[in-house]
Design a protein. Structure first.
Length: 266
């Protein structure tokens, strides 16, 4: 069982969905993954909704108008609904300073999220957004790597070499190519732990560089079919990869996510 009580700095620890229709998003993912939800009031507007499997917290969904901090692209423009990947850090301020020194296109000053922790959003040199999380009362997800929970964070980028140099400098990650067929793929390690993946966007891809959130699935075929029944759209049908199979989809609010069945870390 992938229960977590802490994360080593540099490890992905959380993901949340910022969307313009949080009620539709909650209904979709609850039906797809069997989550239960717990709303945390955020003042006026929609709450920050914690998504759970049993007693384990797996991720969150919120309406972007009531986010605890700026929720759109750092340029100030409101982008499409999107999942945001969080990296646990010992010091959010130091992480932002390191990101700026390594060539981040943009980076917020860190801010407190009540007593839960301290965070900031960063745009890497290739254009992909991610967040850093300095935990206080909340570590992030307490359950990972089981069906319905987070299991992988993958950078899809137009410049793998530039991205690798940036993240190695900021987090000390080890990034190595692990596959060439059907396309080059890089593994991301934090210390000895496999921490994520990276692949190049196809030439001319309309998608901007982004971190793609994967949820574990007991059966990708079933999850893909259910995605369509619930109003989502499968962009990449079930596809074999080393260690299992994946699919990529959008939810009814327009956010892209992926799911995987196969080998999972403990």
């Amino acid at each position: 069982m992938g229960t977590r009580e802490r994360y080593e700095p540099g490890t992905f620890c959380w993901a949340d969905l910022g969307t313009d229709d949080p009620e539709a998003a909650k209904a979709f993912y609850v039906a797809l993954f069997g989550w239960t939800t717990e709303d945390v009031p955020m003042g006026a507007g929609s709450p920050y909704t914690m998504c759970k499997l049993g007693d384990g917290i797996v991720c969150a969904i919120y309406g972007r108008e009531t986010a605890p901090g700026p929720s759109g692209p750092l340029s100030g423009e409101q982008g499409p609904p999107a999942w945001l990947s969080y990296v646990s850090v010992a010091d959010a301020g130091a992480a932002v300073t390191a990101a700026r020194a390594a060539g981040a296109l943009a980076a917020q000053d860190p801010f407190d999220v009540f007593d839960a922790g301290r965070m900031a959003v960063v745009q890497d040199p290739t254009g992909a957004h991610f967040a850093v999380w300095e935990p206080r009362a909340t570590i992030g997800a307490t359950l990972v790597n089981v069906p319905g929970a987070l299991c992988l964070n993958q950078l899809n980028t137009s410049d793998p070499a530039g991205a690798a140099a940036f993240y190695t400098e900021v987090f000390g990650w080890r990034i190595e190519q692990v596959a060439t067929d059907p396309a080059p793929y890089w593994g991301i390690w934090n210390g000895d732990g496999l921490n994520g993946g990276m692949m190049a966007l196809p030439p001319g891809s309309p998608a901007p560089p982004h971190w793609l959130v994967y949820f574990a699935s007991a059966d990708v075929d079933t999850t893909s079919a259910r995605t369509g029944e619930l109003g989502g759209q499968v962009l990449l049908p079930p596809t074999p990869v080393p260690g299992g199979r994946i699919a990529v989809a959008t939810d009814p609010t327009g956010a892209t996510f992926a799911f995987l069945d196969g080998r999972l870390d403990p």
